[in-house]
Design a protein around this ligand. Structure first.
Ligand SMILES: C[S@@+](CC[C@H](N)C(=O)[O-])C[C@H]1O[C@@H](n2cnc3c(N)ncnc32)[C@H](O)[C@@H]1O
Length: 329
């Protein structure tokens, strides 16, 4: 964006590069090597995620957009807010464009960790909606967020699409929902997209697309570590693996070492056995009731739920539950 429009504001609260280094070294030092999926999203990772949303096997994006198109006015009515709308993990902002047709907030605040992608996508929203104040925040939403003062005065609602809540284990997901609830004002609501449990064959196909885009997305994490942390991962020596873990109700993504090898990262050295995996993502799947139970544990009551005819995906409207005799959360 050459000249950002006057209604566009960018708040850079991006985690420091040192945090990435420390998290990668800690993750590779574990007995079972693992990294947070938030590290997928450098600029290339964001582009690859957008490409995933267009492969035929990846049903979540088109299904969630279909729900927003079909039920947007009703969702907007339940969300009931014309002040400030947060979007967590906004990505390329496709979904908010549908919701903005029904909901008319005064301020839109996308929060995303992917700096350049956020700037570009949020800037385009500001250009296309001159009446809307866009305050984009580049930040890690899994950490406590210190809101810019100007935003604290508004009535606040939130949108958390893409089933990103499924990237967190149940305790982390409950805590994140609590933190989101704290961003809302007492009457404010949250709209959250949640992927549903289904035939494992459909899940397997969605995370193992034939064009290999998900594999490229997964492997791009190693490219990013090589570039940003002066590491020497041999990409040809790792393969993408994704499967549904029925016991835990989650799709797991891994990068599996084809041969025994040693990797150097910023002065540290890590060994991989042949067949050893680096666990890169969990994507928990829920029944509607399971998600409502999780939300209740975070103090959020269900005030609406929508799902498609094939029961692939759901969108929930949640509101801080009333305590007996209390007002809101
Ligand atoms: C799975 S994509 C979903 C994108 C879009 N919301 C959608 O539904 O298609 C996850 C998005 O959340 C962002 N993200 C992931 N982890 C994050 C974190 N901890 N804090 C902020 N943004 C994060 C990524 O950059 C990416 O844009």
């Amino acid at each position: 964006m050459n000249n950002p429009p006057a209604n566009f504001h960018f708040h850079d609260l991006q985690p420091a590069a040192a945090d990435f280094r420390a998290d990668v070294i800690a993750g590779l030092s574990r007995a079972r090597k693992s990294l947070s999926p938030k590290f997928f999203y450098d600029n290339r990772g964001s582009q690859l995620f957008d490409a995933i949303t267009r492969v035929p096997e990846y049903y979540p994006t088109r299904t969630e957009i279909g729900l927003l198109q079909r039920h947007g006015p009703e969702m907007a009515e339940r969300l009931g807010n014309d002040g400030l709308l947060f979007e967590l993990g906004s990505g390329s902002d496709i979904k908010i464009r549908v919701l903005l047709n029904a909901l008319r907030p005064r301020i839109y605040t996308p929060i995303d960790i992917s700096h350049a992608h956020l700037r570009q996508a949020a800037g385009a929203i500001a250009e296309d909606h001159p009446q809307l104040e866009v305050h984009a925040i580049c930040a890690d939403y899994s950490r406590p967020l210190d809101l810019p003062a100007a935003l604290k005065r508004e009535q606040r609602a939130a949108f958390f699409p893409g089933s990103s809540i499924g990237n967190f284990d149940p305790v982390q997901a409950r805590d994140l929902l609590r933190r989101i609830a704290a961003l809302l004002d007492p009457g404010g609501s949250l709209l959250v997209g949640v992927d549903l449990k289904k035939d494992p064959a459909l899940l397997h196909a969605a995370y193992n697309d034939r064009a290999g885009v998900t594999a490229e997305f997964n492997l791009n994490l190693l490219t990013r570590i090589n570039r940003e942390l002066d590491a020497d991962f041999d990409l040809a020596a790792f393969r993408h693996q994704a499967f549904y873990n029925e016991t835990l109700g989650r799709v797991e993504m891994h990068l599996v070492a084809a041969t025994a090898q040693r990797v150097h990262i910023n002065g540290h050295s890590f060994s991989f056995q042949a067949g050893e995996s680096l666990h890169t993502e969990n994507s928990y799947k829920f029944s509607v009731e399971e998600f409502q139970t999780l939300a209740a544990a975070a103090g959020l009551a269900s005030v609406g739920v929508w799902q498609d005819d094939d029961a692939l995906f759901s969108i929930h409207c949640l509101r801080p539950a009333q305590r007996p005799g209390g007002h809101g959360k």
